[in-house]
Design a binder for this molecule. Sequence first.
Ligand code: SAH
Length: 221
Amino acid sequence: MVPDATGAGLTSQRARDRLVRLLEGQGIRDPRVLEAIRSIPRHLFVEEALSHRAYENTALPIGHRQTISQPFIVARMTEALLEGERPRTVLEIGTGSGYQAAVLAQIVDRVFSVERIQALSRNARELLSRLGINNVNLRHSDGADGWPDKAPFDGIILTAAPKEVPEALLTQLALGGRLVAPVEGPDGRQQLVRYTRTEEAYVRDILDAVMFVPMLPGAEQ
Ligand code: SAH
């Protein structure tokens, strides 16, 4: 368990256990995902004024007009990524608060996460280091390019919605690897899509309807 994970009242281990039971009730089954959510202190990843709401199953603001995803969605996407062989390396696009990266870091060997807003990337770096989570590498850049030096990845997860999954990301997926992304359709609605790379093709399946902030071009300070 990471330090700082116990707290009082609404930010306590009991609050986290309740959230985990709720997620189980919503159909999250993978014990690795449930255990990771049980151990990561989500209240430290949201603005302090909102920490009492951190274990509600809801998205919350993290500044810079961005949000930390709803715990159910974090769990669902992580589960979708883990199905089959355990990925050793995962690339995340959209570090945000660093919560999704922290959850993944409990399960896979190494997480690489890219964020286009420098202040968010910097805050996430500080927090992850404070929690002693040291298998996450962060980078401030446009996630549409992926992280070519570290490719291929067994898993890729996008936590901001593009209109189409950038080609560069698909090519950075290892054979047998899975990419999970919210993709915005022409009607503005988003669907969670999973691509599995096989010898012959990228096999695409559609999972759920979702609601993410858009994937934006370029990096900003
Ligand atoms: N995974 C995050 C939630 C992220 S919200 C968490 O656990 O808190 C989506 C994030 O994607 C935002 O921080 C936004 O700045 C970032 N983003 C949007 N477009 C991006 C891009 N092209 N490259 C990298 N990050 C991007």
